[in-house]
Design a protein around this ligand. Structure first.
Ligand SMILES: C[S@@+](CC[C@H](N)C(=O)[O-])C[C@H]1O[C@@H](n2cnc3c(N)ncnc32)[C@H](O)[C@@H]1O
Length: 332
C-alpha cells in the first residue's frame, strides 16, 4: 500500500500523524474522555500495555498543568504532583513526565514497581489498551484478550484507590458477559463504550469502570484472576435478572470522522494534502530481524539453502554497529 493511500483509507491514522500522536489509538482515549471526563483531578495514572505510547502521550498532555507565566503566554510545567507510569513488554521511546516500566502486567513484580514509583500512594486512574498478537482465530483471540483484561483488572486491584477509574479494551465476543460480571464486582459503574475512532467493523470496545469499590475483605491476589462468585456458565441462555447487561454507549456525535469511511486526501479546499511521516517510528520492533534479512537478501529462497540463523544474526549485529557509527543514521 502506498504511503498516501493509507492516509486516504484511514482518516484517524492521518490525523494522528498531523497532530503528533504516535498511534491513531490516541483518539480513542480522547473521545472516551470527552464522554466521561476521565482526567478531572487525576494526579497518578497508570497506562498498562502502553507501547508505542499514544495513550501515555494523551495522559502526559492532559494531566500536566499549564501555568500562566504572567506575560499573557503560558508555560507547561512538570507538576511535581502528577505521576504517570507506562508499562509494556516492549521498550518505547521516552515521553515527558512518563516513567516507563518494561514489564509484564501479569506479574506481581510489575504491580510492586508501580506502587514503588507512586511512593506507596494509590493511582487515581488505570488505563489499558492491551492487545495480544492476534492469531486470526476469533475464539482464541477473544480468549487471550479476555485473559489480558483480567490481568489488567488484577494489577489494578493492587494499585487503584477506592473510588478510582479503570478503562480497558474489551472484545465484545460471545463470552463478554462473564467479563462484565467480574468487573461489576469491583466497580459500581460499568459501561461499554465505543469511540467513533474505533472501527465499527471491529469487535473492539472499551469498558469504562467507575468508582472502584472492591468487596469487603478482598485481598488483591495475582494468581486468581476470576473471583468465584455465583455465575452460571450457561449465561447465554439466561433471561431476565440473571443476564448481565451493561449500558452500551457510542461516544461522539455524527460530526466526528467515521473510522470505517474513506476520505479524500484534500479534506478542505484551502489546504493542499501533504504527506506526514509517522510521529515516532518503533524503536525496537519485533519485525526488525525480518526487515534486515530481506534488505540484505538473506531470506531463504526456494531451492537454495538458507543462511544459518547464527550467521544471519551476527550479520545483523554487524550492520547495526555500522549504522550506529555512521553520522547520518536514520531509523528504518
Ligand atoms: C494496541 S498496543 C497498545 C497501544 C497503546 N495504547 C498506544 O496508544 O500507543 C498493545 C500493547 O499491549 C502490549 N502487551 C500485550 N501483552 C502484554 C503484557 N502481558 N504485559 C505488558 N504489555 C503487554 C503489547 O506489547 C502492545 O504494545
Amino acid at each position: 500500500m502506498g504511503r498516501s493511500s493509507k492516509d486516504k483509507r484511514d482518516i484517524y491514522y492521518r490525523l494522528a500523524k498531523e497532530e503528533g500522536w504516535r498511534a491513531r489509538s490516541a483518539f480513542k482515549l480522547l473521545q472516551l474522555d470527552e464522554e466521561f471526563g476521565l482526567f478531572k483531578g487525576v494526579k497518578r495514572a497508570v497506562d498498562l500495555c502502553a507501547a508505542p505510547g499514544s495513550w501515555s502521550q494523551v495522559l502526559s498532555r492532559k494531566l500536566r498543568v499549564k501555568i500562566s507565566d504572567g506575560d499573557g503566554g503560558s508555560e507547561e510545567v512538570r507538576s511535581e504532583e502528577v505521576k504517570i507510569v507506562a508499562v509494556d513488554l516492549q521498550a518505547m521511546a521516552p515521553l515527558p513526565g512518563v516513567t516507563q516500566i518494561q514489564g509484564d502486567i501479569t506479574k506481581i513484580s510489575t504491580a510492586q514497581e508501580i506502587i514503588r514509583h507512586f511512593e506507596g500512594q494509590p493511582a487515581d486512574l488505570v488505563v489499558c489498551d492491551g492487545a495480544p498478537d492476534v492469531t486470526g482465530l476469533h475464539d482464541v483471540d477473544e480468549y487471550i484478550q479476555a485473559q489480558l483484561l483480567l490481568a489488567a483488572l488484577n494489577i489494578t486491584t493492587h494499585v487503584l484507590k477506592p473510588g478510582g477509574t479503570f478503562i480497558a479494551k474489551i472484545f465484545r465476543g460471545k463470552d463478554v458477559t462473564l467479563l462484565y460480571s467480574q468487573l461489576k464486582i469491583f466497580f459500581s459503574g460499568v459501561t461499554c463504550a465505543k469511540p467513533r475512532s474505533s472501527r465499527n467493523s471491529s469487535i473492539e470496545a472499551f469498558v469504562v469502570c467507575l468508582n472502584y469499590s472492591p468487596p469487603e475483605g478482598y485481598v488483591p491476589n495475582m494468581s486468581n484472576p476470576l473471583l468465584d462468585h455465583s455465575y452460571d456458565v450457561d449465561f447465554n441462555q439466561l433471561e431476565g435478572p440473571n443476564r448481565i447487561i451493561v449500558p452500551f454507549l457510542a461516544c461522539g456525535d455524527l460530526s466526528a470522522f467515521d473510522s470505517d469511511r474513506t476520505y479524500p486526501l484534500k479534506l478542505d479546499a484551502s489546504r493542499e494534502y501533504q504527506y506526514t511521516p509517522p510521529t515516532q517510528p518503533p524503536i525496537c520492533p519485533p519485525y526488525q530481524q525480518a526487515c534486515h534479512l530481506r534488505k540484505n537478501n538473506l531470506l531463504a529462497k526456494e531451492g537454495s539453502p538458507s543462511l544459518p540463523l547464527d550467521q544471519a544474526l551476527s550479520s545483523m549485529q554487524l550492520s547495526s554497529q555500522e549504522q550506529q557509527s555512521a553520522p547520518d543514521t536514520k531509523q528504518s
